[in-house]
Write a protein that binds this ligand. Structure first.
Ligand code: UTP
Length: 295
């Protein structure tokens, strides 16, 4: 069983400026829930109960969001708004720890900040701007593989050739069942230099030996301490696996990905879905039947 999960949330969110100038990207809502809550619920569904959020400057709203909200709860109780009360209290039983990354020195550095919390156990890492459809079982599948093989596992997606420059890309041996034994990893390669189209997405099961590597790892691409580089070294020391995810993932840290996630999750929403579908259908009809399309 993996009990601990780490949520790095100290990045600058430059792809989403100006919204992220003074507000955390992780608090952007998809329909009615902040991105980070989707990831927290995903970890909770896998039985992970000790959660650490790596925060940074301008990220206080995350702590407030997961704190109890006494005045709000009191007001809702007095008004008899039971459903809303239940909604805001739903995660109150979870204990969150916070460690502040003093400067956004890279994802690898953010994970190194988790060392005093993780200590000696395997742990999960969830990047909340990668939103996994709540109906998918990616994290649970990864926990199963990591436990069975007693090894780190990273989530992979088959990315378009033009997009390899946006991902850490692996070279690996296909072991069947979507599992790859990783030979090496390259951070954001040029398409001509990419060893495959298997890109790493934001779910990892890591082992504590990653910290020894991160402690001495020099900054890599973009001047940041790259988790991909650390995993590359780890793969030279012990088996590291990739697991190909075939479900739905949204890159909600990117404006277009965020819009796509919003539309798809809104369509699936029990309360809003039908009305939103009707609205979209009307919009599309106008768009395609108009002699002067707005595009
Ligand atoms: P991203 O590169 O996707 O996020 O990092 P970012 O840096 O916030 O956003 P852009 O690229 O500038 O738009 C992946 C994850 O790692 C965290 C981010 O918060 C995000 O969850 N991260 C990144 C840190 O916690 N610390 C860092 O120094 C860098």
């Amino acid at each position: 069983m993996i009990k601990k999960a780490v949520f790095p949330a100290a990045g600058l969110g430059t792809r989403f400026l100006p919204a992220t100038k003074a507000s955390p990207k992780e608090m952007l809502p998809l329909v009615d829930k902040p991105l980070i809550q989707y990831a927290v619920e995903e970890a909770g569904n896998c039985g992970m109960e000790e959660l650490l959020i790596i925060t940074g400057k301008q990220k206080r709203a995350i702590e407030d969001h997961f704190d109890s909200a006494y005045e709000l709860e009191d007001a809702l109780t007095k008004k008899g708004k039971k459903d809303l009360l239940e909604m805001v209290r739903r995660l109150n039983h979870i204990n969150f720890a916070y460690i502040r990354q003093r400067a956004p020195l890279g994802l690898g550095h953010a994970i190194l900040c988790a060392k005093p919390f993780v200590k000696v156990e395997p742990f999960a890492v969830l990047l909340s701007d990668d939103v996994i459809d709540p109906e998918d079982s990616l994290l649970a599948d990864m926990v199963g593989i990591a436990t069975e093989r007693d090894a780190p596992v990273v989530a992979l997606e088959m990315v378009a050739e033009d997009d390899v420059e946006k991902y850490g890309i692996i070279e690996g041996k296909d072991e069947g069942g979507g599992i790859y034994r990783i030979k090496r990893l390259v951070e954001k390669p040029k398409p001509s230099e990419a060893p495959s189209r298997l890109g790493i997405i934001g779910r990892y099961i890591l082992t504590p030996d990653i910290f020894d590597i991160l402690e001495t790892l020099p900054a890599g691409k973009g001047g940041e301490v790259q988790l991909t580089d650390a995993l590359n070294r780890l793969a030279g020391r012990r088996p590291v696996y990739g697991y190909l995810f075939r479900g739905k993932r949204y890159d909600a840290g990117d404006k277009l990905g965020f819009l796509q996630a919003t539309v798809e999750l809104a369509l699936k929403d029990k309360a809003l879905g039908a009305a939103f579908r009707e609205f979209l259908a009307g919009l599309m009809k106008d768009e395609f039947s108009s002699p002067h399309p707005r595009r």
